[in-house]
Ligand binder design. Structure first.
Ligand code: 5GP
Length: 201
């Protein structure tokens, strides 16, 4: 039997993945968690209403503005940000509990959230996924048929802002083909697991 490429760690790592909407980040993380038992996606809290195909507790924990505010006050979030008019936040407790189970946890969050984590020197591997160009992103969003003219323009202009943050990340993957992007992402995870880490004194 060949050795598995990922081992069983006592404490998992955190991977932060940011990408403009329509870049394929959700698909890529689902592919990873399907291939590797040790990889899970963080489930964020949001005040956005669920889309027709979304399940509470699986895609997000859908909560009210009031509940979100109370979680902020209690310090429940590792980071939180407003994206396209709705609040999104990563639960400290969820991330910790998955890490303690030895799972590598993926935070699929926007650049505002990732920058908050960087500012606090939060230890994670920061990965940015970008579309080959803004034109390609526009046609992908059009194909998704989830956007009207106004939201499409808003998403594209926000994508342009997010792309300016690439230099803050450890890795940059261009999703020109899903197969290629997956091969690169997979290699990053494997390499990070094999990195020699310094013990803190
Ligand atoms: P959507 O509503 O399309 O699922 O997500 C919109 C954006 O919010 C995406 O860029 C997604 O990565 C980001 N997002 C999802 N959860 C979180 C979170 O917990 N924190 C932050 N900062 N962004 C998030």
């Amino acid at each position: 039997m060949p050795q598995p490429v990922l081992s069983n760690f006592l404490t998992g790592f955190v991977f932060v993945l940011s990408a403009p909407a329509g870049t394929g980040k959700t698909t890529l993380v689902r592919m990873l968690s399907k291939e590797f038992d040790s990889i899970v996606e963080s489930i964020s809290y949001t005040t956005r209403p669920p889309r027709s195909n979304e399940i509470d507790g699986k895609d997000y924990f859908f909560i009210s503005e009031k509940e979100f505010e109370s979680k902020i006050k209690k310090g429940d979030f590792l980071e939180y940000a407003k994206v396209f008019g709705y609040n999104y936040g990563t639960s400290c407790e969820y991330v910790n509990s998955q890490q303690k189970r030895g799972k590598h946890i993926f935070l699929v969050i926007d650049t505002q959230g990732a920058m908050q984590l960087k500012e606090k020197n939060f230890v994670a591997v920061y990965i940015f996924l970008s579309p080959p160009s803004l034109e390609v992103l526009e046609s992908r969003l059009l194909n998704r048929k989830t956007e009207n003219k106004k939201t499409l323009a808003r998403r594209l202009s926000w994508a342009e802002q997010e792309l300016k943050k690439i230099s803050y990340y450890d890795y940059h993957i261009v999703n020109d083909s899903l197969k290629h992007a997956y091969a690169v992402l997979r290699s990053i995870i494997i390499a990070e697991e094999h990195r020699v880490r310094q013990l803190s004194t």
